[in-house]
Design a protein. Structure first.
Length: 403
């Protein structure tokens, strides 16, 4: 796998030079912009390396250096997206206030700035530094500086943001243009042992679990394990893809996870992440047959489930997906990890585990008159999810703004 470096000349022909550091100075905040995979990742690594234990960066796993490295190097070239890192520093103290890991893409005639998502990240969020943006005036000034630094884009579209980032308030939620996101996240905390958790889910859940274990025992020797060697990771990941593809209707099989760039992305996260205790790939086998596979990432004491696959209808009575989730919980609770994120999908499965819904938010800001209809449409569409009377208006704006 190769590392690609982008420049405005190759990705967005009419944009300005590759790196613009200290591009705009406000009265209180300095904004630096780093364009291209190498520049952006070097800048983030330098900022992170200069932090003390009392002033560390705060982010979700999807804005971590481990995740962004693979995303910027693998997915951005395939999608012709230009990596951009925006670093906001408090001018007097020199402390980092906020970092925005972005990609710049063309959509029709508009140049759009988004979080570095590209179809693989459950959450978008700023990376928070030690300089607090708790006061509304401070955040207003910082955001004004960011918008000035992004004046080469037509639309700012920051989606699927949680209200809190590792316990700290997300300052972007105070900005004009916020609307509810389409789907919530799902989080789970295991306060005691996993056995006590199973009992707490009620008689039906615990009875079904015991029954599944009995059925499993009849099928032969079972084994739950984490794939750690390159060979085991490659084999387990290949099985995961087959399991998920078999579960999809034929009309839906051309999805992100089956395209070559996405396969390379996930496999590299699994391979490289395993070495630094970031990527975890688990498998549940019975008699040598893999009946379930689970892949996720561990960041700042929270494990996030990314993908779950099982062997299909033959094993439906056992419920392999539920079993591997429970074994994953045991694995991490035994190692002191008690917070889990089950992501934005698999609603039925997350409900059976009692996962709490976490509302997410989108921030849509037009930077050009041509982007106003699209920004207005997305805001109205977000609010229409809570207010059915706005749906007709949203459909009208969709025709005007092109979706």
């Amino acid at each position: 796998m190769t590392t690609a470096t982008f420049s405005h000349e190759t990705m967005l022909p009419d944009a300005s030079p590759k790196r613009r550091a200290s591009w705009w100075r406000g009265p209180r905040f300095l904004v630096e912009v780093f364009d291209g995979a190498d520049e952006a990742l070097d800048a983030l690594e330098a900022v992170q390396g200069g932090m003390t234990s009392n002033g560390a960066l705060t982010s979700t796993g999807f804005q971590s250096l481990n995740w962004l490295t693979v995303l910027y190097e693998e997915l951005a070239p395939a999608q012709r997206a230009m990596p951009r890192l925006v670093v906001v520093t408090e001018r007097n103290s020199g402390e980092v206030a906020m970092i925005l890991p972005l990609v710049i893409k063309k959509k029709r005639s508009l140049r759009v700035a988004r979080f570095a998502d590209l179809g693989v990240s459950d959450y978008g969020a700023p990376i928070l530094g030690p300089a607090l943006l708790s006061k509304s005036r401070s955040m207003r000034r910082a955001w004004r500086a960011v918008r000035q630094a992004l004046r080469d884009v037509d639309l700012i579209r920051l989606e699927n943001m949680p209200a809190e980032i590792a316990g700290r308030p997300n300052p972007l939620l105070s900005r004009a243009g916020i609307a509810p996101a389409r789907n919530p996240g799902h989080v789970l905390h295991i306060a005691a042992s996993v056995n006590e958790f199973i009992e707490s889910r009620g008689e039906g859940f615990s009875t079904d679990f015991v029954h599944a274990l009995k059925l499993l025992a009849k099928e032969g020797q079972s084994r739950f394990f984490r794939a750690t060697t390159p060979e085991d990771i490659a084999r387990a990941y290949s099985v995961l893809e087959e399991q998920q593809a078999a579960r999809q209707p034929v009309r839906e099989r051309k999805s992100n996870s089956t395209e070559p760039a996405f396969r390379q992305f996930y496999e590299r996260v699994a391979m490289d992440g395993s070495d630094v205790e970031f990527g975890y790939l688990f498998q549940l086998e019975v008699g040598g047959e893999a009946i379930a596979t689970l892949f996720g990432i561990l960041h700042e004491g929270r494990f996030t489930v990314l993908r779950v696959g099982d062997a299909g209808e033959t094993w439906n009575d056992i419920g392999p997906a539920r079993l591997i989730l429970i074994e994953m919980l045991r694995y991490f609770v035994d190692r002191g990890i008690r917070d889990f994120d089950l992501g934005r999908g698999e609603a039925a499965l997350t409900a059976s585990f009692g996962a709490l819904e976490v509302p997410l938010f989108d921030l849509i800001v037009a930077r050009d008159l041509a982007a106003v209809p699209r920004a207005t449409f997305h805001r109205v569409k977000g609010r229409a999810r809570k207010n059915q009377r706005l749906r007709a208006f949203a459909r009208g704006l969709a025709r005007l703004g092109g979706g």
